[in-house]
Write a protein that binds this ligand. Sequence first.
Ligand code: XMP
Length: 510
Amino acid sequence: MEKILVLDFGGQYNQLIARRVRECNVYSEVLSYKTDIDKIRQGGYSGIILTGGPASVFDDDAPRYDRELFELGLPVLGICYGAHLMAYMLGGSVSKAAIGEYGNVQLQIDDELSLLYKDIPSSTPCWMSHANSIAEAPAGFKVTSHTSDCKIASMENTSDKLYAVQYHPEVVHTPLGTEILRNFIYNVCGCKGDWIIASFVDEKVKELKQKVAGKKVLCALSGGVDSSVAALLMHKAAGDNLTCIFVDHGLLRKNEAEEVKAAFAGKFGINLVAVDASERFFSKLAGVTDPEQKRKIIGEEFIRVFEEEAKKIGTVDFLVQGTIYPDVIESGLGDAALIKSHHNVGGLPEHVDFKEIIEPLRDLFKDEVRKAGIELGLPHHMVARQPFPGPGLGVRIIGEVTPDKADILRDADAIFREELAKAGEDSKLSQYFAVLTNMRSVGVMGDERTYNYAVALRAVTTTDFMTADFGRIPYSVLEVVSSRIVNEVKSVNRVVYDITTKPPATIEFE
Ligand code: XMP
C-alpha cells in the first residue's frame, strides 16, 4: 500500500494534513519529528510532508530534523514551519517578517510548469498564518510563487524532489489546497491512489478472520459510531463467536436503546446482551451533585455492569475496542498532542478475562470510520450521529440525577433535535443538545402559577471540539422549539439558549 508520512512539528493542522492526503486516496501516517530516521527509511513511504508548527527555526530549542531527511531520495513537501526548516537546513535563510501575514491572500504562481501547480490557475486564494518567512531560497531551489507580502510563497528543487510552501494547502480557506497536495502526491511522489475504504473493509475483515478464527470475541457496544463500526467489522470476521454487551445506564437519548437493539440484534443478527441497568445507576447517583463525581460513578458502574455480564460469558480471547487514529496520535506521538483523556470514561475492565485487545479502527480518522460504517450497512442516522459523552445525559442534568429528570431532558432534547432536522439546521451544527438546568423559576400557564425547570439549549459549531462557537440558529426555529418544549414537556416553563463560546465555557454544560 502507498503511504505518505506526515512528520509532525507541533502544528495544529497535523491531522488535517493527514486527512487531506487520505482524501486523495493515499494512506498517511502522522509521526513526531522525534522519530528515528531509520524508522522513516524503512517505513515504505512514497513521500514526506513536514507540518507547520509554532516555533521559529532559529530558536535554540526549535524542533529540527537531521539533514539526512532531505537526502533519503524521497520527495519532501514542507508546509509553513516545515518550509522554513527546509530552507534553513539546506543553506537558505529565514527571517522574521516586520508584519506577519495572516488570513486569505492571493497566491501568484510564477512557474506554471511546476508539478505542484498543474491545472492550478496563475492566481488563486491561499491561507497564510506566519510571522517568519523564507528570505532566501537555498542553492538549487527555484521560487515558484509569491504573494503581495511574501516573496517566496513556494519554492522547489525538482532534481532532489524538495518542495516547500509558506501557505497552508490543508485548510479549507485555500480552496485549491487539496488539488495542490494531490499534485504533490501524484505528480511528484508518483502515487496512484490505492486507499479506498471499501478495500480497507475487505482487507480488515480478511485479516481479522485469520486472527480470530474459532475464538471468542467480546465487544462493548455503546451505539456510538466507533463502537458500532468496530462491532460490525468484527461480526463479519467472527460471526456468532462475537458477543456484544450493551449497557443501558438510563441516561441515553430518546429511543436510543431501542434503536441499538433493533439494528444490532435485529438487522445484523449479532449476539447482543442488552442490559437495562438504569436502576443501579440511578441509585448510585442519588444525592450526588458534583459533576466530576457523577462522571466517576457512571464510569465505574459501567465497568462493573460490563464485567458482570462478561463473567457470564466466561473467558474470551479478544476484547474489541473502538480506538480511532486521533486517539492514537493524541496519546503522545507528536507535539501537537492535545490531550482529551479526561473524556475517557471508565477505562478498561480489570475483571474480565481476555487474552488480547483488538482495535480494528486504530488506523482510521472519524470520517473514514463513518464511510466504513456506510460500507457495512449501518443506518444513516447511526453513522451521522453527533458525539455523545460516555456518561450520557448524566452530564447534562445539573445537580442530582433522577429518573424523572432524565425523562424530562430526554423529551426536551428529542424536540430540539427533531425541529433542527426539520428546519435543515442540524447539518450546519457540530453538536446540539438540551440541558436540564437545576434552576426553577416562576411562570404562568393558563391561570396557574408554576414553579418549574428551565431547559437550556446548547448548539455549537467547531472543527476540532477544542474550541467552539455557538450556533447561529434562526430565531424562528428557536421559537418553535421553545414553544413545543414548554407545551409538551412536563415540569418545564422556561427555555434559554446558551450563547457562550468555548473557551471560556465547555461544549457540554454540566
Ligand atoms: P467539552 O465539554 O470538554 O467537550 O468541551 C468536548 C467534546 O467531548 C465530548 N465529551 C465526551 N466524550 N466521553 C466522551 O466520549 C466523555 O466523558 C465526554 N465528555 C465530553 C463533548 O460532547 C464534546 O463533543
